[in-house]
Design a protein around this ligand. Structure first.
Ligand code: G3P
Ligand code: MG
Length: 247
């Protein structure tokens, strides 16, 4: 499975320049020249997939309590920053398809909802991206979620996501038939990069907000990075010649 993998992914939609995981953030990323975005998807109490990072509402919205216990009627009335609403997954996909963005959908189940979240995101991804030229990349810290994605959406690429890559990652990647390995930039070892290269598996690192760190990672063979600092790497605004999005 091949994907047109850009070097730069706008993290959580618009990084730190817009309310995270919102349509405004995704639009901003596209306006700034980004061709790929990452966002997080969780289920509401009604089982609706919604873009949000935390299991609780307090940090990124004016709501209170757990996302998994909040019904849609409340959830979609909340302010996610600057008057933005929490996007339904279906809305985010429609926008990304319209903008021609590659999307890394991070399946972010609330604890205990791994199976239901993965089933919902996998099934809806198949439907929502049917016929799209640019297909998404599904990733998760949850191996159980990726197994479900493999079984229910075999035609959509999967990224195995770790904070620290464990010694047995390659066997897990094999079982999951993973397309890519995603991990924290801090601590990614040369041994892991060499193993991934031998398996022809791209490595994507988060979260990279310093140009020198990005340059070093690319020099070591990392294929792409997730950034919150959209301004540093945009062709519109980057002062770092040669270290920005391709024009
Ligand atoms: O998918 C990469 C990255 O987003 C994982 O960390 O906590 O920002 O979702 P987090
Ligand atoms: Mg994420």
């Amino acid at each position: 499975m091949k994907l047109p993998l850009p070097r730069w992914f706008a993290h959580r939609g618009g990084g730190s320049l817009a309310p995270e995981n919102t349509l405004a953030g995704i639009r901003l990323a596209a306006r700034m020249g980004y061709r790929a975005v990452e966002f997080d998807v969780m289920l509401s109490a009604d089982g609706t997939p919604v873009l949000i990072h935390d299991e609780t509402l307090e940090r990124t919205t004016n709501g209170r309590g757990r996302v998994s216990e909040t019904p849609d009627a409340v959830l979609f009335g909340l302010d996610a920053g600057g008057g933005e609403r929490l996007p339904r997954y279906v809305e985010a996909v429609a926008l990304c398809r319209q903008l021609g963005l590659l999307v890394n959908v991070e399946i972010k189940p609330a604890a205990g909802f791994e199976v239901l979240t993965a089933e919902t995101v996998a099934r809806s991804s198949v439907e929502l991206w049917r016929g799209a030229e640019v297909q998404p990349l599904l990733s998760s810290f949850s191996i159980a979620a990726l197994e479900i994605a493999r079984d229910l959406a075999p035609g959509i690429a999967r990224g195995l996501l770790y904070e620290q890559v464990p010694a047995d990652w390659a066997a897990t990647a094999g079982c999951l038939q993973a397309f890519s390995l995603h991990c924290a930039a801090k601590g990614v070892s040369d041994a892991v990069l060499a193993e991934a290269q031998a398996m022809d598996m791209p490595v994507l690192c988060y979260t990279v907000n310093a140009p020198a760190q990005a340059a070093t990672l690319f020099g070591r063979g990392v294929a792409a990075v997730f950034t919150d600092r959209l301004d540093l790497f945009s062709p519109e605004t980057s002062p770092y010649k040669g270290l920005h999005l391709p024009g």
